[in-house]
Design a protein. Sequence first.
Length: 464
Amino acid sequence: MAPAVLVQNPTIAPVTDTIKDKLNLKSYPADLQAALDDAKAQFTKRNPNSLRLHEEAVNNLPGGNTRTLLYTTPFPLSMKSGKGHQVTDEDDHTYTDFVGELTAGLYGHSNPNILSSLTNTISTIGLNLGATTAAESRFASLMRSRFNLGRVRFCNSGTEANLHALAGARKYTGKRKVVVFSGGYHGAVLSFGSGQPAENNVDLDDWVLGRYNDVAGAKELIEGLEGQLAAVLVEGMQGAGGCIIGTKEFLAQCQESAHKIGALFMLDEVMTSRLAPGGLQSLLSLTPDLTTFGKYLGGGLAFGAFGGSTEVMSVYDPRQPGSLAHSGTFNNNTLAMHAGYAGLHDVYKPEVCEEFSKNGDAFREKLNKACEGTNCCFSGKGTIMAVHFSADGEMKESDVTCVEVIKEDWELKDLFWLEMMEEGYWISRRGTIAMILGTPQEELDRFVAAVESFLERHRNLVRS
Ligand SMILES: Cc1ncc(COP(=O)(O)O)c(C=O)c1O
């Protein structure tokens, strides 16, 4: 069997002291706007095919876009292919992929276990069988034992997982309101990034927003909703919110207060289940009534799942009169059921998960060391992290506690994003890094050096 952690096609570019040559500059502009203008001009010059494709795409998709996060100015970079831990754009630049499909890409672009599971499924099983299969029960059993669940149901995205889990919580409790936290993101129509429910959220009358990591505030808010509250829905680490770690005290308080008033405690582990063999909840000794999953657990295919105690999940048991219907053409699609199982069973074994998370923590520590004394820091846990540039002067990882206290300097973040592409790193523009299994250590070290030189060449912009 192939080793679980693979180093595939490591094309290590030499560490550059400066990217001045690449940017074709005599010196770095001291002014942020001028530096950004230079970096954008260089981006436009080196990516003519992406520009052309974007100009075509605006005729077919609103703004040329079908996934808002990927819309960037001056135009989005168009990727052509991926291999191992790398992606290659339409102008043939190859990058170390730190977007890692926002945590769904954990296995990389060509993991042999995943590839053989997919090709085997296509050639010997078939795409969709329109019936229950042994594969879905086998995968559910693995997820139950890994994440301490009574019962599981599959769906097609993390958004769906949260929608169905919330419907289950409402059915179980007979209540409607749900406490969520500003900065939280639970899906395309369950978004609270700005401290308000997004305009296109579902159930706009039912959300009650609290402040993340505010222990006393959460207690008062949740317990004050006795008789109305179906659930508290929270991420153990706010991923889209900027990799903000929830404290043990805060999350335990959410669980305790929910239970005190008969509401359910729902943990969104769509991103965080990869942080420990039993998910982030196992590190924090949390016992959610319902947990939602997605991303990498589909082996790289569209995937979602929700699970919890047998009693709560029985609201979805079709043998029970009056149970909730949960249909979905692709809920048990053969590709995700097989690739997801192969990934969790054969690749992301508990020991691989632990080692990978340790590497991620060590990487983040090195990055934060490089950032000392600047307004830049990296927050997060294990192999999921985010870069921050504070508009308020020096910032450390421990300052990243809730969206209300982070005043991001988005222009500096843009400059970082553009210049890291010049260095050969593909990072999400909002600054999230989700590592891919098998990324060579040399590429991590080279990134630390690239961050150091970014902070050095722009010292007038990053030091207060
Ligand atoms: C914590 C969390 N929950 C839910 C979702 C929604 O998942 P999906 O994009 O698969 O719908 C995401 C996606 O980023 C997420 O980060």
